[in-house]
Design a protein around this ligand. Structure first.
Ligand code: ADP
Length: 268
């Protein structure tokens, strides 16, 4: 086995994995964006995806969250069925939609821009999913939302509108909104890249605390010091493939692949 092949070998067995992704492919027109992505995550682990812009990181997250339908590959979230994807045919449209929905239930995404509803209060934003979409009792959902808001230091902002909050506070609400869905898996898509630099730390701190508490998460980020501290496993993606993966100490300390070295030199 070559060094590059060794670096690409998934880190542990998939038998007891929370999330297993195999051979994920996705194309937009002529653009083959994902070209066979494999990823394994065990409960309580943090997997960080790094790589240049356009390498396919967001598309991986969107596929995991059921927002994008892959053309090929398999996604398995523990306890659920193996969800196999194939290119769309006239008869497969509904099946593909059902597969996306099955994934949507298991994970919750925190976006680069918080995507809060501007006309709803903070509390209403948080309870919208668990109450209206998941159909849980409102009183229970409100009580849980208040606990979660207090956890991220926003107990006194429950009745505020999003525009009355700082960018960092808005993003913390975005995180609470994801937690309120009680997902198995949290997905973060560059959660701090739209923030002013002085607000980045408070959001990363919340994510780090959630990781320490044992939440399972896949995080796309350019914050390498966060990745170094919080990740159990780092995947470096380029042009739709995982070029190299490993423990953060290995990827950042002794990258094997030229493309990884070039990327890290540019960004560090
Ligand atoms: P990254 O997150 O690594 O920056 P993305 O997953 O966002 O990469 O994008 C990978 C490639 O897929 C880019 O070339 C992007 O332009 C393209 N792409 C993403 N979403 C779409 C879409 N809905 N339609 C067409 N092209 C898309």
């Amino acid at each position: 086995m070559s060094l590059a092949d060794a670096a690409r070998t998934p880190h542990t067995s998939t038998a007891d994995a929370l999330l297993t992704v195999r051979g994920l492919h996705k194309r937009f027109g002529d653009n083959e964006v994902l070209r066979g992505i494999d990823l394994t995550l065990h409960r309580g682990e943090v997997v960080v995806l790094i790589g240049p812009s356009g390498s396919g990181k967001t598309t991986v997250l969107r596929a995991l969250n059921g927002l994008e339908t892959p053309d090929a590959g398999t996604i398995v979230v523990a306890g659920g069925p193996d969800i196999d994807f194939a290119p769309e045919t006239p008869v497969s449209k509904r099946t593909r939609a059902q597969k996306r929905l099955a994934l949507r239930d298991r994970s919750a995404m925190v976006f680069q821009h918080h995507n809060l509803f501007p006309h709803l209060s903070v509390l209403e934003n948080v309870i919208e999913g668990p109450w209206r979409v998941q159909g849980r009792p409102k009183a229970e959902v409100v009580a849980e939302a208040q606990v979660l808001l207090a956890r991220v230091g926003l107990a006194d902002k429950a009745d505020a509108r999003p525009h009355e909050l700082s960018g960092g506070q808005q993003q913390r609400v975005g995180i609470v909104r994801a937690l309120a869905l009680r997902p198995d898996l949290l997905l973060f898509d560059e959660p701090t890249s739209a923030l002013d630099p002085e607000l980045v730390g408070e959001v990363l701190l919340v994510i780090k605390e959630l990781a320490d508490e044992g939440w399972s998460m896949v995080v796309v980020t350019h914050e390498l010091s966060f990745a170094r501290e919080a990740a159990d496993h780092v995947l470096f993606m380029d042009a739709g493939v995982v070029v190299e993966e490993g423990a953060p100490g290995d990827i950042f300390g002794a990258p094997q692949h030229e493309r990884t070295k070039r990327f890290l030199t540019r960004i560090m």
